[in-house]
Ligand binder design. Structure first.
Ligand SMILES: Cc1nn(C)c(C)c1CC(=O)Nc1ccccn1
Length: 330
């Protein structure tokens, strides 16, 4: 089997992408954020206090003839940006892009943090990290990908995220129409459960490529690209008026500044992020100061290859043994 679904940016700066999924019988449609940086599938639900729901679609297990309470099981997740949620667990039929998993663990939120409440177009997350990261207790649950694996034509899923446009996620096949040339693969270290791999180096604008191993996680659920301070300062040194603002919590610059491109390496291949992707957003609607899509990872404890980087490539997440990740030019 295979599946294919849209990845729709939820606002005009691609802060996150959501994908239509269906849960239960009859199908309830929700828009969920497919997140390779976590492994919990959780949804706004009929158990979420109405004070914490602001426009999101909710999953009501009581309205599904195929829902089953996973008795005595709970979950609680905290993301690196401080957001989080917790609740109880049902199993139910779950479909993405025509690919169905019966009795998928669907984690129903009983509490969500304010940043999720404020994101009205995001009804929850589908964790596509390794199932070892799942927070359901006393027994941890499998991700949609791990449940779907046995029925997939090929043990892969792919991400084709786009700048200010709708892209796609495919399951079980690699669509040759979505990239040119070959996919370049690199090994994944699946501990502690992220899609952890290395970049082979980087270049700022037309500068010389710096060959240096940079380990991090490819994370579709994180908006920006977080790299070591030395690389980030070298980048913003090329930007007139750029500064690392304590106030805004990162590098800002005049929106009128000319930004260089940023190139990253995967083994011998090179992928260039256009300057427009790094001119991320105005710090407020009327401001002429802009916030960068490339920020320092110091303080995160990990480098994160988020959407700003991933949308510059066609990315293959391969669940083979050993797992690997591939990047193709698009
Ligand atoms: C580790 C980390 N530190 N900081 C500043 C960020 C943004 C992260 C990554 C992160 O939190 N990603 C996330 C958030 C919510 C849902 C899914 N993924």
């Amino acid at each position: 089997d295979t599946g294919s679904a849209a990845a729709v940016p939820i606002n005009e700066v691609d802060i996150a992408y959501v994908t239509p999924v269906t849960v239960g019988t009859p199908p309830q449609t929700l828009m969920l954020d497919l997140d390779t940086g976590s492994s919990d599938l959780w949804v706004f639900s009929s158990l979420t206090p109405s004070s914490q729901v602001r426009g999101q679609e909710i999953y009501s297990p009581a309205k599904s003839s195929t829902s089953k309470l996973l008795s005595g099981h709970t979950w609680s997740i905290r993301y690196g940006d401080g957001s989080g949620s917790r609740g109880t667990v049902y199993t139910d039929n779950f479909t993405i892009g025509g690919l169905e998993v019966e009795s998928q663990a669907v984690q129903t939120a009983q509490e969500v943090s304010s940043s999720f409440t404020q994101e009205q177009s995001l009804d929850g997350l589908v964790g596509l990290g390794f199932s070892t990261l799942n927070t359901v207790r006393p027994s941890s649950q499998l991700t949609f990908f791990d449940n779907a694996r046995p029925k997939l034509d090929e043990e892969v899923f792919t991400a084709d995220l786009k700048y200010h446009a709708t892209g796609s996620y495919d399951f079980g096949f690699i669509d040759r129409a979505k990239y040119t040339g070959n996919i370049t693969y690199t090994p994944v270290q699946q501990s502690p459960g992220y899609w952890t791999h290395s970049l082979s180096g980087y270049a700022v604008g037309s500068g010389a490529f710096q060959s240096t191993q940079i380990q991090g996680i490819s994370d579709t659920g994180t908006t920006l690209l977080y790299l070591p301070t030395a690389i980030v300062t070298a980048y913003y040194r090329q930007v007139q008026g750029a500064q690392n603002s304590q106030y805004y919590g990162g590098y800002v610059f005049p929106c009128s500044s000319t930004l260089p491109t940023f190139t990253f390496g995967i083994e011998g291949a090179r992928f260039t992020i256009p300057a427009s992707y790094i001119n991320y957003t105005r710090i407020s609607p009327t401001s002429s100061t802009c916030y960068g899509g490339l920020q320092s990872s110091s303080g995160l404890g990990i480098n994160i290859f988020g959407d700003v980087a991933l949308k510059a490539a066609f990315v293959v997440f391969s669940g083979t043994n050993p797992p690997r990740i591939g990047f193709g030019t698009k």
